[in-house]
Write a protein that binds this ligand. Structure first.
Ligand SMILES: C[S@@+](CC[C@H](N)C(=O)[O-])C[C@H]1O[C@@H](n2cnc3c(N)ncnc32)[C@H](O)[C@@H]1O
Length: 375
């Protein structure tokens, strides 16, 4: 398989919506550089679907699993097979159709969005909630990407719907209100169709091949067998980056996008489904369960390529935790090599992107072969 021809900057579909802790596209491209055209790929912690996008770009079938509804929505957008026209038609249809929808109230919502913009967002939210089509998947991903970000000097050219906010994560409501009030920042009046159309145009402009195989993204806990119900038994590659030990706030940090995909209009501090983060040992054990399911479905010459590191606040040697997790699996995994990715991808790495929670520590790309245990 030849090297991917486009630079990362031009993979606009992959950049449809930022996601906390995403890994750079160069990682799955490197992992899949020798894949045969029939190779099948799984990412059991798919996040924004970077591995799935890389597989699609290379013409490979892929599967993704993630517990976060936001991750699943973004990853599904990466596999959507649709057209610019169909997505825009759907957006216009939803904005004009008769439907019941709810508009959240309160200081945060008044500060975050102009009332007409919020009304349009709520119509899109309600309209997309019940649609399962390919164009709905891409429109959902695009809207998630536009939902919050920096204020533009000229609202006509804004790429985002909101008052000043970060792009990668949603700041907490009380903090946001204080921030806007102290700086006299008012929400811009945005016609949501404009940022949607601009984001879509960037995707249409790139040379994305038509999807050759049907991929599948499942919302589920990858420690559970049921989450793999639709995954084929002949995987060639598992390409993934599990949560780092101690990182548990994936949904809370994306609370506004989580609201858009049907979640509550306030932050839910419940843990939800996660790996166990009680201790490094418990964490390794729950990761070992994921490796069990992966090994059950990998071909004998299949490989796992795992990006793993740690966050500074829980600085346990990442390679030790990974080794422990492999040892706790019933398959016989062999680490064949690892690459210290150090500061090479600074700014895009998992620990780095957590901003307030952590500062970066070394990350490794680990290649793992295996012998399957008898079932
Ligand atoms: C490091 S992120 C993956 C980022 C991804 N590689 C990307 O580029 O976007 C880890 C992901 O694991 C997910 N996750 C955490 N616990 C999980 C579990 N038990 N089952 C499935 N996904 C889980 C989180 O929601 C998060 O999206």
């Amino acid at each position: 398989m030849t090297a991917p021809p486009l630079t990362e900057a031009r993979h606009s579909l992959n950049a449809v919506c930022p996601y906390f802790t995403m890994f750079p596209l160069s990682f799955p491209f490197r992992a899949l550089r020798q894949a045969s055209p029939r190779a099948v790929v799984l990412d059991p912690f798919c996040g924004r679907g970077t591995s799935n996008y890389a597989a699609r770009f290379l013409g490979l079938r892929s599967y993704g699993i993630d517990t976060s509804p936001v991750a699943v929505a973004i990853a599904k957008a990466k596999l959507a097979d649709t057209t610019h026209t169909a997505v825009m038609e759907l957006a216009r249809q939803i904005l004009t159709e008769h439907q019941d929808y709810e508009v959240p109230e309160g200081e945060f919502w008044e500060g975050a969005y102009d009332p007409d913009t919020l009304d349009q967002i709520c119509r899109l939210r309600a309209g997309l909630k019940r649609r399962r089509t390919e164009e709905a998947a891409l429109l959902r991903g695009i809207v998630l990407g536009c939902l919050h970000g920096p204020l533009a000097k000229d609202p006509e050219k804004s790429g985002y719907f909101s008052n000043q906010m970060p792009r990668t994560f949603a700041s907490k409501p009380a903090y946001s209100v204080r921030y806007w009030t102290s700086r006299n920042l008012l929400p811009p009046k945005i016609d949501v169709l404009k940022p949607i159309e601009r984001r879509l145009a960037r995707i249409a402009a790139e040379e994305l091949p038509k999807r050759k195989h049907h991929g599948l993204i499942t919302q589920g806990d990858s420690t559970h067998a049921t989450s793999y119900a639709k995954v084929q038994d002949n995987l060639s590659y598992v390409v993934t980056s599990p949560p780092y030990y101690g990182l548990v706030t994936y949904v809370q940090d994306q609370w506004l996008r989580n609201w858009f995909v049907g979640g509550p209009e306030t932050i839910d501090y419940g843990r939800g489904k996660q790996l166990s983060h009680e201790s490094p040992e418990a964490f390794a054990k729950s990761l070992g369960k994921v490796w069990n399911h992966c090994g059950d479905r990998l071909k004998p010459d299949g490989k796992m390529i795992v990006r793993f590191g740690s966050i500074r606040s829980r600085d346990h040697a990442p390679l030790d935790i990974l080794r422990q997790s492999l040892a706790s699996s019933r398959h016989d995994w062999r680490i064949e090599g690892w690459l210290d990715v150090g500061t090479a991808d600074a700014g895009k790495r998992q620990a780095d992107t957590m901003g307030t929670l952590s500062s970066p520590t070394t990350e490794f790309d680990v290649t793992i072969g295996f012998s399957r245990a008898r079932r």
